[in-house]
Design a protein around this ligand. Structure first.
Ligand code: ADP
Ligand code: MG
Length: 240
């Protein structure tokens, strides 16, 4: 579904991603891990062109996103993204947060958008909050709304950038549970995370980045028990 070929990204003289090649297959759950500053967010943002790669190619199904002629806004409708800091629309209710893009971008009828939004809010356990404003929700609730909002567009793939890193510890679990239930629907997912237990349990593959290099790409059973590189061993020793 996503194919990355020799992707490099620099900010000025700083080389943040160095010649990365990998792919994400339909239905796969890929955890992206690595030290702070290793390029995880930049990598994820290159997958939907929130960052413009300096060189290399990113393909989404049969579309080359790095081709400047591509209608990237159209493609992004199929790629859901969830950020560390939620990015909900503060002046809209929970329900409006979920119906806004489907109505304005996909031209869904209001009744249809609301029915869909209500179904998704039930799935993430927040139906009773549908008329609240984001400021009245806990961090965990906000993040569950953000996930439901991304799903309201019927994306083909979901990208998560440290979705639980800004949460108080007691709220991490409720968000991970929602993500876990999403993996069971067959959703294709790329997840930047520091939750090693979660990565080990739900990911089909782990990608390890360090200093902008993709050093490991392996199933969690292999990666966590016998990492191939010294740098991955070091990293795991610090976080496990
Ligand atoms: P991670 O998500 O793994 O912590 P990032 O992808 O956020 O890493 O950042 C990788 C490196 O790129 C860091 O050194 C960071 O300071 C730098 N960087 C990220 N975004 C920008 C930007 N917009 N301009 C300049 N440098 C950036
Ligand atoms: Mg990051």
């Amino acid at each position: 579904m996503i194919n990355v070929k020799n992707l490099s990204k620099s900010f000025g003289k700083l080389e943040v991603l160095k010649n990365i090649s990998t792919s994400i297959n339909k239905g796969e759950v890929v955890a992206i891990i690595g030290p702070s500053g290793s390029g995880k967010s930049t990598f994820l943002r290159c997958l939907n062109m929130l960052e413009q790669p300096t060189s290399g190619e990113v393909w989404f199904n049969d579309t080359e996103l790095t081709n400047p002629k591509v209608d990237i806004l159209k493609v992004r409708q199929q790629i859901g993204m969830v950020f560390q800091h939620f990015h909900l629309f503060p002046h809209m209710t929970v329900l409006e947060n979920l119906t806004y893009a489907p109505m304005s971008v996909k031209k869904l009828e209001k009744s249809e958008a609301v029915a869909k939004a209500e179904g998704l809010l039930k799935k993430v356990g927040l139906y009773e909050k549908k008329n609240e404003y984001p400021s009245r929700l806990s961090g965990g609730q906000k993040q569950r709304v953000a996930i439901a909002r991304a799903l309201a567009m019927d994306p083909e793939v979901m990208l998560f950038d440290e979705p639980t890193s800004a949460l108080d510890p007691e709220m991490v679990k409720e968000v991970l549970e929602v993500m876990k239930s999403l993996t069971k629907t067959g959703m294709t997912m790329a997840i930047v995370t520091h939750e090693m237990g979660f990565a080990r349990e739900v990911a089909d593959r782990v990608i390890f980045l360090d200093h902008g290099q993709l050093l490991e790409d392996a199933p969690p059973s292999e990666f966590f028990s016998q990492p191939k590189t010294e740098r991955a061993r070091d990293f795991l020793q610090k976080v496990l």
